[in-house]
Design a protein around this ligand. Structure first.
Ligand SMILES: Nc1ncnc2c1ncn2[C@@H]1O[C@H](COP(=O)(O)OP(=O)(O)OP(=O)(O)O)[C@@H](O)[C@H]1O
Ligand SMILES: [Mg+2]
Length: 354
C-alpha cells in the first residue's frame, strides 16, 4: 500500500489505531487451485470503535476475521501485516499469538457448537481459558468473573455447571460471547454473533456490545449480514466483495451516499428482502480461484465501463472520507481513451457465463 494511503487512513482516525491491517491475503489450497478468499485487505480500527463488515455469503468475511486472529484451518496460507500494539501479529511465533488471543484479542465464532467441547462443563471452559491468561486468579475469583460475564449475557448462575448441549442455540451463542468477553480484550472479532438469535436477544446483544466499548474501550470488527445492525451499532462500515474491501467509511456517509455500485445494490437488496423479496443482485459471486479481470464486480455491475473489464480499480479516498475502489469515482486521468464507454449488455452476459 502507498504511503499516501496509510496517511489518509490514519488521518481519518482521531486516535492511534488499535489494529492496522495492511494488504492482508488468505488463500486455501484446493485441487482446482488456490481459493483467494481474502485478497489484499487494509483497514484501521481506533480504540472503542466498531467496524461493520458486510458482503454476500462466501466473499471472505469469516476468513478475514479468522486470519486477523491467526485462527485459520490447516492448509490455509496468509500474507500481509496486522499491527497490534507495535507488533505484527501475522509474523509472531504461534506461541506468542496464542498468548495474545483471549487476553487481548477475542473471537466470537459463527458456529458456536463446533467451538465448545461437549464433554466439558461451562465452568471448565471458563476455568481453562481464564487460568491460561491469568494464572494468579483463584478458583473463586475465576467463578466470580465468569458469573458476571454470564449475567451480562442473560444466563443465570444456576447454569454454570451445565454442559454445552443443555443450552439452546441462542444461549450457546451468548455463552460464546460471554467467554470471549470475560478477559476484556481490546480487540474482538464477532462473526455473525446474532444470526442464531431472535430479534429481542439480538437487540440486547447490540446493546451489550455498545456498553462494552463504552466501558472498556473495546474495538470491534462486527461481521454481519444485517445492514440494520450496522446502522445501529457501528461507527464505520467496510463492504467486501470477492475477497476485497471495495468501499469503507463512516456508516452515515456510506449509507447515505454509497459510491460503489455494489454498495448501492447491497443496500437496495437488503431493503427489498424485507419488503418484496424480489429484488436481488443479478448474477452470482465470482469463482475465487479465477476471479474476473479488472474490477471483480464488473460482470454484475449495472454501470460497468470498458476500463472496468480490463484494469483493476485504484483504491482512492471517498469524496467525504473513507476509501473506495471503483472507476466511476476515479481517478479519471488513469482511464485510457475509450475506457468510459459503457459495457454492452451482450458483453455482460458473456462475462457472466464465463
Ligand atoms: N476451510 C476452507 N477450505 C477451502 N475453502 C474455504 C474454507 N473456508 C472457506 N473457504 C472458501 O473461502 C471463501 C470465503 O469463505 P468465508 O467463509 O470466509 O465467507 P463468508 O463471507 O464468511 O461467508 P458467509 O456469509 O456465508 O459466512 C468461500 O469461497 C469458501 O468456500
Ligand atoms: Mg462467514
Amino acid at each position: 500500500m502507498s504511503i499516501e494511503m496509510s496517511n489518509a487512513m490514519s488521518l481519518e482516525m482521531s486516535r492511534e489505531p488499535v489494529i492496522s491491517a495492511r494488504d492482508v491475503r488468505v488463500w486455501y489450497g484446493t485441487t482446482r487451485g488456490a481459493i483467494r478468499a481474502v485478497d489484499g485487505v487494509s483497514f484501521d480500527l481506533a480504540p472503542g470503535e466498531t467496524l461493520g463488515l458486510v458482503g454476500e455469503s462466501g466473499c471472505g468475511k469469516s476468513t478475514l476475521g479468522r486470519g486477523l486472529m491467526g485462527l485459520l484451518p490447516k492448509g490455509a496460507k496468509r500474507d500481509g501485516e496486522v499491527w497490534f500494539e507495535g507488533k505484527d501479529i501475522l509474523s509472531m511465533r504461534p506461541k506468542d499469538s496464542y498468548r495474545l488471543r483471549g487476553s487481548h484479542l477475542g473471537m466470537i465464532f459463527q458456529e458456536p457448537l463446533t467451538r465448545l467441547n461437549p464433554l466439558m462443563r461451562i465452568s471448565d471452559h471458563f476455568q481453562e481459558s481464564i487460568k491460561q491468561h491469568d494464572p494468579s486468579l483463584t478458583k473463586d475469583e475465576i467463578k466470580q468473573r465468569a458469573l458476571d460475564a454470564l449475567r451480562l449475557m442473560g444466563i443465570p448462575p444456576t447454569r454454570y455447571r451445565s454442559y454445552p448441549h443443555e443450552f439452546s442455540g441462542g444461549m450457546r451463542q451468548r455463552l460464546m460471547i460471554a467467554m470471549a468477553l470475560v478477559l476484556k480484550p481490546s480487540f474482538v472479532v464477532a462473526d455473525e454473533p446474532t444470526t442464531a438469535l431472535d430479534v429481542l436477544v439480538e437487540a440486547q446483544i447490540v446493546q451489550i456490545l455498545n456498553d462494552l466499548r463504552r466501558n472498556f474501550n473495546t474495538s470491534l470488527l462486527l461481521i454481519t449480514h444485517n445492514v440494520g445492525i450496522v446502522a445501529e451499532a457501528c461507527d464505520r462500515v467496510a463492504v467486501m466483495y470477492a475477497g476485497r474491501i471495495v468501499e469503507q467509511g463512516r456508516v452515515a456517509d456510506v449509507f447515505e451516499n454509497p459510491q460503489h455500485p455494489y454498495t448501492r445494490e447491497l443496500l437496495r437488496s437488503t431493503i427489498s428482502l424485507r419488503t418484496t423479496g424480489l429484488n436481488f443482485i443479478p448474477g452470482a459471486p465470482p469463482d475465487l480461484v479465477d476471479p474476473p479481470d479488472g474490477c471483480r464486480f464488473h460482470p454484475r455491475c449495472p454501470e460497468a465501463m470498458a476500463v472496468c473489464a480490463t484494469r483493476n480499480p485504484v483504491n482512492i479516498e471517498r469524496p467525504r472520507g473513507g476509501r473506495v475502489e471503483c472507476w466511476l469515482v476515479g481517478p479519471e486521468d488513469e482511464i485510457p481513451p475509450g475506457g468510459k464507454q459503457r459495457l454492452k449488455q451482450e458483453e455482460l452476459t458473456v462475462a457472466d457465463e464465463a
